[in-house]
Write a protein that binds this ligand. Structure first.
Ligand code: BGC
Length: 367
C-alpha cells in the first residue's frame, strides 16, 4: 500500500521532499527535522520552574532572540507547585496554537513522551534545551552546554581548591547532586565522579558519610532548603568534635550557598565548595573566598544557539550537530546536539571570564 502511494508521487514532489530533507513529515520517526519553518512563524519555548537564576534569565533571552530573528515567541514557565502537568499542557497549547518549533527546558525530562509525539505529528521541530528529553525518539535536536564537562570541571576545581586551601590531605569531603527529575543532574554527577572516584579509591578523598551514590546524594527539586538540611544532618552525624569537613561537591550555586549556610551555622571552618551558574548572589562569595568556584554558562548564548538552529532550519541549511553519546543519549537515541562549552570560574579568572557580561564583570571587579 505504502509502496503504491510512493510510486504515485509526482517527480516534482519527490524532488521537493529531497530538497527540504523531508522524508516523513508528520510521522513520529523522530529522526531529524522535517518541518518547514518561515519568518513570522510561532516558536514555543517551554521552560521549567525558576529553580536557579539561569532559568529566570532564559525567558527574556529567548524573547529577544526569537523576535530579533523574525519569529513570534510564545514563552511559558512551569509553576513550581505543579511543574510537570503545567509544562505538559503548555506544550500541548503551543502545538494547538500552531507553533512550528518547540524549544523545551524540561521540568521532568522523562514525562514529555506524549507531548513531543504530538508536536512531531503536527510537523513541528522539537528541540530539547539545556536539559535533554528522555526515552523518546521524538526529539530532533538538543542544544546545551556539555554537562558531563561541567561535572568534570567541578570535580577538578574541588581537588585544586583542597590542595590550595586545606594542605596535603587526605581530605574529608561530602557530595551533593541535583534533582533526579532533571536529566542533567546525573550527567553532572557522572562527570564529577569520573574525576573523583579514582581519588576516593586511592584514599586522597574520604567521603566521611559513605554516601557516594546519586540515589543517596541527590537534591529533589534542586531545593536549597533540602541541601541545607542534608548538610546540617551530615555535620551533626559525622563531623562531631574535631572532625573537619574540607570540601563539598555542590552541583550549582543555589545549593552551594545553602551548604555554606549549614557549615557556618555548625561553626565549622569554611570548606571548599563548588558551584555552577555564576549567580549574582555567588560572585561576591567567590571573590571573598567563601565559595571556591562556579561555572559560567552564558544563558543568552545558549538561547541564541537554539534560535540560530531554528533560523538555519527555516533556510533549509543542515545544522552542524554533534553526536556525543556520553552527554546526549536519551535512553533511546543519541540526540544530535549543538554543544556549548562551559567555563570554570574561580576568584583568579572571574574578571576575565565575565568580560562582555556587564553585570557579572562588575560584580567580579567589585570583589
Ligand atoms: C541547569 C543548571 C541549574 C539546574 C537547577 C540544570 O538543568 O543546567 O544550570 O543549576 O538545572 O535549576
Amino acid at each position: 500500500m505504502r509502496k503504491k502511494i510512493v510510486a504515485g508521487l509526482s517527480l516534482a514532489l519527490i524532488a521537493g521532499l529531497a530538497l527540504s530533507g523531508c522524508s516523513s513529515r508528520g510521522s513520529d520517526s523522530g529522526s531529524g527535522s522535517d518541518a518547514t519553518i518561515k519568518k513570522g512563524d510561532l516558536i514555543g519555548v517551554a521552560l521549567p520552574a525558576k529553580t536557579s537564576q539561569n532559568w529566570v534569565l532564559a525567558g527574556a533571552a529567548f524573547k529577544k532572540s526569537i523576535e530579533d530573528a523574525g519569529f513570534k515567541a510564545d514563552i511559558q514557565y512551569a509553576n513550581a507547585g505543579s511543574p510537570v502537568p503545567d509544562q505538559q499542557s503548555q506544550i500541548s497549547g503551543m502545538i494547538t496554537k500552531g507553533a512550528k518549533a518547540v524549544i523545551i527546558g524540561a521540568a521532568d525530562g522523562s514525562q514529555l513522551t506524549s507531548q513531543v509525539k504530538s508536536a512531531k505529528a503536527s510537523g513541528a521541530v522539537v528541540i530539547a534545551w539545556d536539559r535533554n528529553i528522555l526515552n523518546t525518539k521524538n526529539v530532533d535536536y538538543y542544544v546545551a552546554f556539555n554537562n558531563y564537562k561541567v561535572g568534570q570541571l567541578q570535580a577538578n576545581a574541588l581537588l585544586k581548591g583542597l590542595k590550595e586551601k586545606k594542605g596535603s590531605g587526605p581530605y574529608n569531603v561530602e557530595l551533593f547532586a541535583g534533582s533526579p527529575d532533571d536529566a542533567n543532574a546525573t550527567v553532572f554527577f557522572n562527570g564529577a565522579m569520573s574525576v573523583l572516584q579514582p581519588k576516593i579509591d586511592d584514599g586522597t578523598l574520604k567521603v566521611t558519610s559513605g554516601q557516594t551514590t546519586f540515589a543517596k546524594v541527590n537534591t529533589q527539586g534542586w531545593l536549597a532548603q533540602k541541601a541545607q538540611s542534608r548538610m546540617t544532618d551530615l555535620l551533626s552525624q559525622y563531623y562531631t568534635g574535631d572532625t573537619k569537613l574540607d570540601g563539598v561537591l555542590s552541583p550549582n550555586d543555589t545549593l552551594a550557598r545553602a551548604i555554606l549556610t549549614a557549615t557556618k551555622a555548625a561553626g565549622k571552618d569554611n570548606p571548599v565548595v563548588t558551584g555552577q551558574d555564576s549567580e549574582t548572589a555567588s560572585i561576591p562569595l567567590i571573590m571573598q573566598g567563601t565559595q571556591y568556584s562556579t561555572i559560567y554558562k552564558n544563558t543568552t548564548e545558549e538561547a541564541q544557539a537554539a534560535v540560530d538552529l531554528v533560523t538555519d532550519l527555516s533556510k533549509g541549511n543542515k545544522p552542524d550537530t554533534k553526536i556525543d553519546k556520553t552527554n546526549n543519549y536519551n535512553g533511546v537515541k543519541t540526540v544530535p546536539a549543538i554543544e556549548l562549552t562551559p567555563v570554570l570560574v574561580t576568584k583568579e579568572n572571574a574578571v576575565e571570564a565575565y568580560k562582555g557580561n556587564d553585570t557579572l564583570e562588575a560584580l567580579a571587579k567589585k570583589g
